[in-house]
Design a protein around this ligand. Structure first.
Ligand code: SRM
Ligand code: SF4
Length: 572
């Protein structure tokens, strides 16, 4: 535990914030600036938003001696990523009226609104509240959006697991009244505020929980601080294997930082699960590093103390003894696109269609893909629900037989892709946001990956495997927002136009990749990948994925433990 003198600056800001109020009210009222006070920028994350500036305009504005073009990104809390059509329409309106008229699905299954100006923040929050949505804990040193498997074809079980993700999200939600007071005009209370779980300084760092139902790992459970793997027998949920200490973020050149896949430590029954999750959070609350934010994630606490210590803590704090982990098997971490028919217990047919949204950006594009209008239209005529996936896609779920033709017509009229239009390579790729909004981006990602995929697809076609899918993920910096370190090919930005290339992640998210080439541009990327893909096309075993191939043939060393991620190994 930390000595107060050495606490990081953010710890002091939290402690002195009166439970996340700080001077946010004053910052909002300040008409001289489009931004908010520096300390408040740390606190507003807990309320779901980040101060950003348009990086495309940064130097021009500086040159004109103007303050940066401040704007905000608001991230909703949406456990399990499910929206009603009414909620979709509200989000669509919010993006139009308060943001940049796009919706951005995130890799954690929720929406972000970009380009929100300061005076739009409060109306935005109120419009979310009007449809039972919020942004509480969207960001900040607290629990983030709880992700889960979105596959609706096992719907009874899916519903149960969905309910668990909501319960976990509720249990780990911060309780200060600051959100209601600042955004929803709740009257301040005479009673002092408090945080029963988190205390006045919340967690040392962000915290993430995900649930997956094998054989699908679309929630990428191992990239989370806590990953829960549903153990099912005859469609009945027996409980969850519990995995701890996953996380992707690292810093270039600092080997003390590394991505880590969560370690499975045991099995919890349904009646143990909430207490187990909460107790794990308290362990991190009390032992996470509050001096060095680069060493503050649960993964480092765990590597510093060991897994036996975690078991000991669970027993001491809450008398929890986990059972032996049960067997499970994951097939993939991507989304199967297209239509599926499911019969419910009464024999009624329902349909679900998964639509591809390239890098999660829902907009009306010049090339004929009118996704924003198309989804809006779907939200007008559909009375089931929408499920955002952890891979940036959308499932239009629970469509009765007699509505399929109408939905299909919208998909076609608005140039949407149900998996039948674009290549499998593109469908399996994912990028983070990066420029122009992300303040940490070192290279392009969302705006660039589609063009790189065109070129890699051409290489695949030349090699005679145009129909092949490889999990490719790109981020504009090493923070890992599109989970690049368990992709088969990961591109991680180093500088404008330059990327590190990582190879060897598993198709199902269960293995880390490893650095293959450093700081290379597009020509060099293609020069490196072309012979590898050509060789893969001719030498791969039946059904062998690219990630498995590069390991089997010794091109890259197999890596599972985060502590081995930076280990240098001789490769071909
Ligand atoms: Fe992330 C920070 C976007 C998922 C690891 N992430 C950021 C910020 C807020 C930049 C900042 O701090 O100023 C980015 C805002 C960009 C923008 O303009 O919108 C950002 N992260 C995203 C999203 C939108 C990427 C996307 O393409 O969808 C994802 C939002 C998820 C959500 O709904 O909550 C997103 N971020 C992730 C993930 C993936 C995941 O959670 O499954 C990771 C890796 C897993 C993990 O947490 O380790 C991730 N983001 C980070 C980190 C590195 C954390 C670390 O431990 O080092 C940062 C930087 C930080 O926290 O200091 C970061
Ligand atoms: Fe920004 Fe880096 Fe996250 Fe991409 S990976 S959104 S560049 S913080």
């Amino acid at each position: 535990m930390s000595n107060t003198d050495k606490l990081s600056n953010v710890e002091h800001i939290k402690l002195e914030s009166n439970y996340l109020r700080g001077t946010i009210q004053e910052s909002l009222a300040d008409e001289l600036s489009g931004g908010i006070a520096d300390d408040d920028t740390q606190l507003t994350k807990f309320h779901g938003f980040y101060q950003q500036d348009d990086r495309d305009l940064r130097s021009e504005r500086k040159h004109s001696k103007l303050e940066p073009h401040y704007q905000f990104m608001v991230r909703m809390r949406l456990p399990a990523g499910t929206l009603t059509p009414q909620q979709w329409r509200a989000c669509d309106n919010i993006a139009r009226d308060h943001g940049n008229d796009t919706l951005r699905i995130t890799t954690r299954q929720t929406f972000q609104f970009h380009g929100v100006l300061k005076h739009h923040l409060k109306p935005l929050m109120q419009e979310l509240d009007a449809v039972d949505l919020d942004a509480k804990g969207g960001c900040g040193d607290d629990n983030r959006n709880v992700q889960t498997n979105t596959n609706p074809h096992e719907s009874a079980l899916h519903q149960t697991v969905h309910d668990w993700s909501k319960s976990i999200s509720e249990r780990l939600l911060w309780r200060s009244r600051a959100y209601d007071e600042l955004w929803l005009d709740a009257a301040p209370s005479d009673q002092p505020d408090h945080e029963p779980l988190y205390g006045p300084s919340y967690l040392p760092r962000k915290f993430k929980v995900a649930i997956a139902i094998p054989p699908e790992n679309d929630a990428d459970v191992f990239a989370n601080d806590i990953g829960l793997i549903a153990i099912v027998d005859d469609n009945e949920l027996l409980g969850f294997n519990v995995a701890v200490g996953g996380g992707m973020g690292m810093t270039h050149g600092e080997t003390a930082t590394y991505p880590r896949l969560a370690s499975v430590i045991g099995f919890a029954t349904p009646d143990q699960i909430l207490d187990t999750v909460e107790t794990l959070v308290t362990i991190q609350r009390d032992y996470g590093d509050r001096e060095n934010r680069k060493h503050a994630r649960f993964k480092y606490t765990i590597d510093d103390h060991g897994l036996d210590w975690v078991h000991q803590q669970l027993a001491e704090r809450a008398d929890i003894t986990l059972g032996e982990a049960r067997e499970y098997h994951f097939d993939r971490n991507g989304d199967p696109l297209g239509w599926r028919r499911v019969e419910d217990a009464d024999g009624n047919a329902r349909w679900h269609v998964t639509l591809f949204v390239e890098n999660g950006r829902i907009a009306d594009f010049d090339d004929g893909r009118r996704l924003k209008s198309g989804f809006r239209q779907l939200a007008e005529i559909h009375d089931g629900e929408f499920r955002l996936t952890c891979n940036h896609n959308v499932i239009v779920a629970n469509i009765p037989d007699d509505r399929c033709a109408d939905i299909e017509r919208v998909i076609s009229d608005y140039g949407m892709d149900d998996g039948s239009k674009l290549s499998r390579l593109r469908h399996s790729a994912m990028s983070c946001v990066a420029f122009p909004t992300c303040g940490l981006a070192m290279a392009e990602s969302e705006r660039y990956l589609p063009r790189l995929i065109d070129k890699i697809q051409a290489v695949q076609e030349d090699a005679g495997i145009g129909d092949n899918a490889i999990v490719i993920r790109m981020t504009g910096c090493p923070n890992g927002c599109a989970r690049p370190y368990n992709a088969e090919i990961g591109f991680v930005g180093k500088a404008i136009g330059k990327y590190n290339v990582y190879l060897g992640g598993a198709w199902n998210g269960e293995r880390l990749n490893k650095l293959y080439r450093e700081n290379i541009d597009e020509d060099e990327i293609l020069a490196e990948l072309t012979p590898l893909i050509t060789r893969y096309a001719s030498e791969r075993h039946d059904g062998e994925s690219f990630g498995d191939f590069v390991i089997r043939t010794g091109i890259i060393a197999e890596t599972h433990a985060g502590l081995d991620f930076h280990a240098q190994t001789e490769t071909a």
